[in-house]
Design a protein around this ligand. Structure first.
Ligand SMILES: NC(=O)c1ccc[n+]([C@@H]2O[C@H](COP(=O)([O-])OP(=O)(O)OC[C@H]3O[C@@H](n4cnc5c(N)ncnc54)[C@H](OP(=O)(O)O)[C@@H]3O)[C@@H](O)[C@H]2O)c1
Length: 292
């Protein structure tokens, strides 16, 4: 049954800390548009803690119109995605989401918790799955439920410039003939070629995080192209948050999580739809389109 509640519905993945939590804070406390924001996290305990923090902030502020909700969502677990979509459909109807921010992601850590900087097959596999396949899976499950004029965002990085690739890869990644299957083959090909030590001969750099995020940038472009005539008139964007001080980067990064959240929140909220559509599927940084 279609819900009568016409408030916008936003979903942010990996929102219990870092930039994701800061994006939720901006949506909750800065938008004048009536909105329900789903802060999602893989851990119920950590997600609930972030929810409690932001609710306290909201109660201290003048912005009490928007509604914050928590829902568990592990972006590496398709069953939790399906359960979440079923819940959203029940509560908001078949078309249930206006804004989807694919934020969950990051660096690979060792069992001791240190950031792994080597390019071995285990790191490549984990990085590609956390940063590329998880966001593609979440988007595939949610996309049929995105409402007209909806916006789908992917957190990328400026490290994932086309120039880090060589051979045919830069051309292939921006090709209008690139399919989702083709993109999966590229990302899986990176992992297996790292295992065989042949990745550089295929044009890949020894940078698992950047290769995975480049896949997301190509995916945003592809969605904009393939769905250009979809009657829902959707907007897709890949966003570089800048170098932001979070658990991912440590204390020396110059930007705060709130500054890192500025561009994704702008794309989620701006009324300048024409500007977003002009750069549909493009890469953004510091509130501006960035050439890829
Ligand atoms: N910080 C930067 O300078 C920077 C630069 C470029 C791009 N980015 C991108 O921006 C996004 C946010 O980065 P950040 O710096 O805020 O990272 P962060 O502080 O490490 O936070 C990562 C978030 O992702 C969540 N997450 C990890 N695996 C998940 C899963 N399977 N399911 C659901 N959530 C999961 C984490 O949850 P747990 O607490 O449960 O682990 C955490 O909430 C990431 O995609 C990152 O790659 C960041």
């Amino acid at each position: 049954m279609m819900s009568e509640d016409r408030r916008l519905v936003a979903v942010v993945t990996g929102a219990n800390r870092g930039i994701g939590k800061a994006i939720v804070r901006r949506l909750l406390l800065q938008t004048a548009k009536p909105m329900i924001i789903y802060l999602t996290a893989r851990s119920v305990e950590r997600g609930q803690q972030a929810f409690d923090d932001l609710r306290r902030e909201q109660l201290r502020s003048a912005h009490t119109d928007n509604e914050l909700r928590f829902h568990q969502l592990d972006v590496s677990d398709v069953a939790t995605m399906q359960a979440f979509v079923e819940y959203l459909t029940l509560v908001h109807g078949e078309l249930s989401v206006d804004i989807l921010v694919n934020n969950a992601g990051g660096v690979v850590r060792s069992a001791a918790g240190d950031v792994v900087r080597t390019c071995d097959v285990d790191t490549a596999y984990r990085s590609v799955h956390l940063n590329y396949f998880s966001a593609v899976n979440v988007t595939s499950v949610m996309l049929p439920h995105v409402r007209p004029h909806g916006r789908v965002l992917f957190m990328a990085t400026a490290l994932a410039q086309l120039g880090i690739f060589s051979g045919d890869l830069p051309k292939v990644l921006v090709s209008d003939d690139l399919t989702l299957n083709g993109l999966h083959i590229i990302e899986n090909g990176f992992v297996s070629s790292v295992g065989k030590g042949t990745f550089s001969s295929y044009g890949f750099p020894p940078m698992p995080f950047a290769v995975a995020k480049a896949g997301l940038i190509a995916y945003a472009r592809m969605l904009a192209r393939v769905l250009a005539h979809d009657s829902r008139d959707l907007v897709f964007a890949a966003v570089c948050p800048g170098y932001v001080k979070t658990d991912m980067t440590g204390p020396y990064a110059p930007l705060t999580p709130d500054q890192g959240a500025e561009t994704p929140a702008y794309i989620a909220l701006t009324d300048d739809t024409k500007r977003l559509k002009r750069h549909n599927g493009g890469l953004w940084k510091h509130l501006k389109p960035l050439k890829w």
